[in-house]
Ligand binder design. Sequence first.
Ligand code: NI
Length: 200
Amino acid sequence: MDRSYPLTESELRFKVLHRTAMERTMPILRQIAQLGQPVLREVAGKIADHADPAVQALIDDMLVTVADANGVGIAAPQVFEPLSLFIVASRPNVRYPFAPEMEPTAMINPELLWVSDEMEKGWEGCLSIPGLRGPVPRHRRIGVRYLTRSGELREEEYVDFLARVFQHEFDHLQGMVFVDRVESTRELVSEKEYLRLVAG
Ligand code: NI
């Protein structure tokens, strides 16, 4: 078939989209879904193949997006992908001055294996709910299992802040956000007041 004539507009658009998905090598900053977007209330679906190039590209995008936003974690539904995947990327920054340092880790199809009876209330915020902080009761100690981005099945035990981040991100995969778990809306504070009163 002779294709010397110019491509139609829809053929061109297909070519551009196809290239974007299959050939891009640089991660891109993703838009973060804000509270009110239905995707934040969906239950995320399991990832069938961790090695899928689209999954690997999504992980790269989430890593740059969470770093850019000074987050300590981000879940795939927060970038409009209702998949069972999140990043835990705890490190001290302007939003979380006392966060412990760890290598940013992608957790695929994460599971909560067990939880301690002991609960602790601690301050949380969320990139999907900017400007708001609230104290959330969480299990102090948890056992988890997840698949790494290279396909290794890992079991870990987390305490305190890391346990909190995991439980917060795990909630996102069930369509829950931290404000669903505060004991009273009267305990919510603005981020500005939080940084002044609690962290300052
Ligand atoms: Ni969040």
